[in-house]
Design a binder for this molecule. Structure first.
Ligand code: FAD
Length: 381
């Protein structure tokens, strides 16, 4: 295998600590959380204490000021363990990043230290029942009334929806202005008129509290606006490469984990008096997948390197998301096949990964949208 060259000794020490945290604080309880449809708040506080939330947050906001590789390690270790419940990625890489990069000093002081410690949990509200891929078609409306905004509308499929203390909410501040009419506003969960809807029943990610959220004339101070009024689209676009890369980081780690579990299983399992690993079909399927996943790993690591230098283009991040999430799906499907009937049983991690990984081709920008972005760059530049 081609050695990875990104990490130094301090990263290795952090990885050992994260792996220990995941193996002791998450893995033994995950199946129970899947039944409850949510992870406990206490986990967030423990994760904050262990440095798993917002690892790259600058020290002035209560973070460790670590490099992006520390975040990469967190998502790789969660992926490796099949821990799909904790919505750390949305909280740390989206909500906190929006506030850190575009928030006012008051917003940063109020929220970032609490997000690093796990005391406050963040959600990102973009998608609505009638608008997902097309952000500018959202209908949630924020009307300025003196020193407040009055917000009304509905969001759907919002990760961390049951637990969140703040929502970075995409609203229309000017319905006539298309993309330039979208703004991001922080809505605190204690505001009158804010209501959590159903914790949605999904085919996978059973421990993730993906929810509907309702905003019924919620009044928030104008100081809750992030960046400029009408600047929401630009903020969302600015962070997209980073968000998509972190999805690719998780996806390739999950594909590696699926292969690891499968290789161990086929070496043990016997059929027709042989180990399943002795069948040429098994060896060919696994060899083909290992080659593709290795290719994906090298590509993702290179994208991480570029991202850390501020040189990752949004088209490259779209390619990383497209390739790794499609490859994850192919890998998990073929690996599950090699488990036979056991692969269909939820007590096996490969079965859970099968249902959990399906969403990767949809959320965070679907594969079709990734192809659109790449195609636009090829044909319109
Ligand atoms: C488990 C889960 C968690 C999520 N978490 C969040 C969250 O925290 N916050 C949030 O805001 N959203 C979240 N989402 C929403 C997610 O980002 C959207 O589902 C996704 O962007 C797709 O939007 P949509 O569902 O409205 O599909 P649509 O936009 O209606 O798309 C339907 C189909 O049409 C295709 N399509 C759309 N436009 C085009 C086009 N131009 N060309 C070709 N094909 C196209 C799509 O690829 C898809 O196949 C989550 C979704 C899930 C399932």
């Amino acid at each position: 295998m081609i050695p990875r060259t990104l990490f130094d000794e301090d990263h290795a020490i952090f990885r050992t600590a994260v792996r220990r945290f995941v193996d002791t604080e998450i893995v033994p309880f995950h199946a129970g959380w899947e039944k409850q449809g949510v992870v406990p708040r206490e986990l967030w506080r423990k994760a904050g204490e262990a440095g798993l939330l917002c690892p790259s947050m600058p020290e002035q906001f209560g973070g460790a000021g670590a490099d992006f590789l520390y975040s990469v390690i967190v998502y790789e270790e969660l992926g490796r363990a099949g821990a799909s419940g904790p919505g750390f990625h949305v909280h740390s890489e989206m909500v906190a990043t929006y506030i850190e990069r575009f928030g006012t000093p008051a917003q940063q002081a109020e929220w970032l230290p609490k997000m690093v410690s796990g005391e406050a949990i963040g959600a990102l509200g973009l998608t609505e029942p009638d608008a997902g891929s097309d952000l500018k078609a959202i209908r949630t409306r924020a009307v300025r009334e003196g020193d407040h905004y009055r917000i009304s509308g509905q969001k759907v499929y919002i990760s961390n929806g049951q637990l969140c203390d703040l929502i970075v909410l995409a609203c229309k501040t000017d319905p006539e202005a298309g993309a330039r009419g979208v703004s991001f506003i922080i809505v605190e969960s204690h505001r009158k008129g804010f209501e959590r809807g159903r914790n949605l029943e999904k085919i996978g990610l059973k421990a993730q509290d993906t929810s509907e959220l309702f905003f019924n004339d919620v009044r928030v101070p104008v100081g809750n606006l992030i960046g400029q009024e009408g600047g929401g689209f630009r903020i969302a676009m600015h962070n997209l490469a980073h968000e998509r890369l972190t999805i690719a980081v998780s996806a390739i780690a999950q594909a590696e984990a699926a292969l690891e579990w499968t290789i161990a299983y086929v070496k043990e399992r016997k059929a027709f008096g042989k180990r399943v690993s002795e069948f040429q079909n098994t060896r060919f399927v696994i060899a083909g997948l290992v080659a593709k996943v290795q290719q994906g790993r090298v590509f993702v690591d290179r994208c991480i390197e570029l991202s850390m230098r501020g040189e990752l283009e949004s088209t490259d991040a779209a390619m990383a998301k497209l390739l790794t999430t499609e490859l994850l799906w192919e890998t998990v499907d073929q690996c599950l096949q090699l488990f036979g009937g056991y692969g269909y049983m939820l007590e096996y991690p490969i079965a859970r990964l099968f249902i959990d990984s399906r969403v990767r081709r949809i959320a965070g920008g679907s594969s079709e949208i990734m192809r659109e972005i790449i195609g636009r760059k090829i044909f319109e530049s």
